[in-house]
Every structure is written in structure tokens, then in C-alpha cells.
Ligand binder design. Structure first.
Ligand code: PRP
Ligand code: URA
Length: 208
């Protein structure tokens, strides 16, 4: 099994209570998803590698540290978009690639409809972003596609996971560290996470 970190933090718990609540409207839902994205990114970025650089301050030269690699954020549409702004607030120099997938309603298998990635992606640390890790299919096929393109350094950031999704992702991609805000009980017969927060894309964008 690869690395799995489920953040244990009172601020995350507080925001999870907001987004799990069925009475929370799209504005507060989006704001909390944004904020959870920021907090997860702060934790995840503790493992980024830095390299020394000489910097001349107004007083003298000194050694500073900068990120070794560029960062690329890859949200899985649609729901991944809700976390991008929070991640970008912490890493504003990151480029963003977009991957469009939806789950087939009967098979729950992901279906491709869009892919646009920045050219430097093979040199970058790539953050694959999707708030919901349900069957793990969407995250797994996205990561397989990135590896086929030559990407070697990939992390997954989600909000709610479940044992089924974590098992699939960790089995298919044991080299990819998984960062989540909560680990839930199970999937229901419609492959929704329980207790979860419902359909994240619909709640972010008001489509139901
Ligand atoms: C949801 C969610 C994830 C995916 C997770 O997307 O946003 O992308 O399901 O499920 P999985 O782990 O079983 O693959 P959905 O297909 O509902 O599309 P949407 O984000 O456009 O609403
Ligand atoms: N997608 C969602 O938006 N929610 C779930 O619980 C599972 C997949």
C-alpha cells in the first residue's frame, strides 16, 4: 500500500461539517471546498523538495531555498475545479491542466471528454485533484494517462475517500501519495460515498 494521509485538523473538521450538511448552499459549499483545498495543499507541500539558491538581500548574499520542480495542478472536471483556486492560492506559480471525465451511470466507469495539459508536465510535481475518491476509477485512469505521457511525480488530493477508492488507487498506483480530508465508511449501491456529501459537482455548481 502506498502513502495515505487523512488530515486530522480541527479547521478541516469544522469545514467538513459545513460541506456534509445537506442544508449548506452552493456559496458556502464552494468557499469551504476552496479552504479545504488550501489546507490540504499546505500539508502536502511539506514533502516538496527544495534546492539552495544564492540571493542578494539589501545587506549581503545569503542562501535561500526554492522549489526544485515546477508544479502542475490537474483537476478532474467538474468537481476538481472547486479545489483549484485554494491550491493555486498556496502555489500561485503552478500551471493548470484539465481532465474531463464523467462516471457512466450504470457501470460507474469513467468516460473521457476532455484533456488539455501544460507542456512542462513531465518535469513537474503533478497534483491530481478530485474531491471525491469513490470507486477510484476516475483518479486511477487519469493517473495512468499522465504516466503514459511520461509524468513520474504524481500526488492525489481529494476531500472524501472511502476504503474501496483508496484500495483501487493504491493498488493501481502504489507510487502515488493520497491526501484526503476524511475517510468515510463505504460506497452505496449507486457508488456514492456514505456518509459523504452527496454529488459534489452538483453542489458546487448548483446543477440539481
Ligand atoms: C464524480 C466526482 C469524481 C468521480 C469520483 O464525478 O467528481 O470525479 O465522480 O468517482 P469515482 O472515484 O467512482 O470515479 P461525476 O462523474 O459525477 O462528474 P462531475 O464531477 O462532472 O459531476
Ligand atoms: N461523486 C460524488 O460527487 N459523490 C460521491 O459520493 C461519489 C462520486
Amino acid at each position: 500500500m502506498g502513502y495515505l494521509k487523512v488530515l486530522d485538523h480541527p479547521l478541516i473538521d469544522h469545514k467538513m461539517a459545513i460541506i456534509r450538511n445537506k442544508n449548506t448552499g452552493p456559496k458556502e459549499f464552494r468557499e469551504s471546498v476552496f479552504e479545504i483545498g488550501m489546507l490540504l495543499t499546505y500539508e502536502l507541500s511539506k514533502n516538496f523538495k527544495s534546492v539552495p539558491v544564492e540571493v542578494e538581500t539589501p545587506m549581503e548574499k545569503t542562501t535561500c531555498y526554492v522549489l526544485e520542480k515546477p508544479v502542475v495542478i490537474v483537476p478532474i472536471l467538474r468537481a476538481g475545479l472547486g479545489m483549484v483556486e485554494g491550491i493555486h492560492t498556496i502555489i500561485p506559480q503552478a500551471k493548470i491542466g484539465h481532465v474531463g471525465l464523467y462516471r457512466d451511470e450504470k457501470t460507474f466507469e469513467p468516460v473521457w471528454y476532455f484533456c488539455k495539459l501544460p507542456p512542462n508536465i513531465t518535469e513537474a510535481v503533478v497534483l491530481v485533484v478530485d474531491p471525491m475518491l469513490a470507486t477510484g476509477g476516475s483518479a486511477s485512469v487519469t493517473i495512468s494517462m499522465l504516466k503514459e505521457k511520461g509524468v513520474t511525480d504524481i500526488r492525489f488530493i481529494g476531500i472524501v475517500g472511502c476504503p474501496e477508492g483508496v484500495k483501487r488507487l493504491a493498488t493501481d498506483h502504489p507510487d502515488v501519495a493520497i491526501y484526503l480530508a476524511a475517510m468515510d465508511s463505504h460506497l452505496n449501491e449507486d457508488a456514492y460515498i456514505v456518509p459523504g456529501l452527496g454529488d459534489c459537482g452538483d453542489r458546487l455548481f448548483g446543477t440539481k
